[in-house]
Ligand binder design. Structure first.
Ligand SMILES: [Zn+2]
Length: 228
């Protein structure tokens, strides 16, 4: 089996843990290299803690979650709520893609109720484009073969599932145990029951795919149903 690399690019720590986490848990268990990259820590997402305090907590939670999955964890220091899809940030992420050489990149869908998510989607798309260009650079160019969009309740507008990936029990259990480290996912910030929502979503997508559990991904290029 050739070893693949999966890179999930989220706006805030936790976004990709919830949506791409089950796929990366499955890939990690199969011996592939997996990485969660957050463009901002998501430090303004707590009603009581200061951004400074919550940033420390979020980084700890993100690191712990990734460690439990056997994944790598990276976070950039952009400001939560103020993420811009500028060329500097796109090139910053392109360097990570050149360095890691992912086979599969998972991004936010473009239409989101959260501006950071919309910008994170464009940053990931443009970063992939720049990573594939020959440039005066000490890192060689890298072409990402599969670029897909994760299903996120905040990014639902016009999201059309194209690929369904089965999530076996072992991967689901690893994800479900690991995701508990995130206070927001447990419903402790604004009360949305993320873990229940995404656990239920995997069952409902599994029904559509004819398996026990599945994650759905949108895709602008492939005809769908291709293995991730
Ligand atoms: Zn987010």
């Amino acid at each position: 089996m050739s070893k693949k690399t999966y890179l999930a690019i989220g706006a805030h720590i936790g976004d990709m843990d919830l949506t791409a986490g089950p796929l990366l848990a499955k890939a990690s268990l199969a011996g592939h290299r997996t990485c969660f990259l957050a463009l901002t820590p998501g430090e303004r997402g707590h009603p009581k803690l200061s951004p400074h305090e919550y940033k420390k907590q979020k980084i700890k939670e993100g690191k712990t979650f990734a460690e439990r999955l056997g994944s790598e964890f990276k976070v950039l220091d952009h400001s939560d709520g103020f993420l811009e899809s500028d060329q500097k940030t796109q090139l910053e992420v392109a360097d990570i893609i050149r360095d890691m050489k992912p086979d599969v990149v998972i991004a936010h869908w473009n239409d989101s109720i959260h501006s950071d998510h919309r910008h994170a989607s464009t940053i990931a798309e443009q970063a992939r484009f720049y990573a594939g260009l020959p440039m005066k650079h000490d890192l060689p160019r890298h072409g990402v073969k599969r670029f897909v969009y994760a299903e996120n309740w905040e990014d639902q507008e016009n999201f059309a599932a194209r690929s369904y990936v089965e999530i076996p029990d072992e991967a689901f259990t690893l994800w479900h145990e690991s995701i508990q480290v995130h206070a927001f996912a447990r419903g402790e910030t604004y009360g949305f029951m993320y873990i229940d929502y995404y656990s239920g979503l995997m069952r409902s997508k599994g029904c559509l795919a004819g398996v026990k559990r599945a994650c759905a991904f949108a895709d602008k290029e492939a005809p769908g149903l291709e293995k991730l």
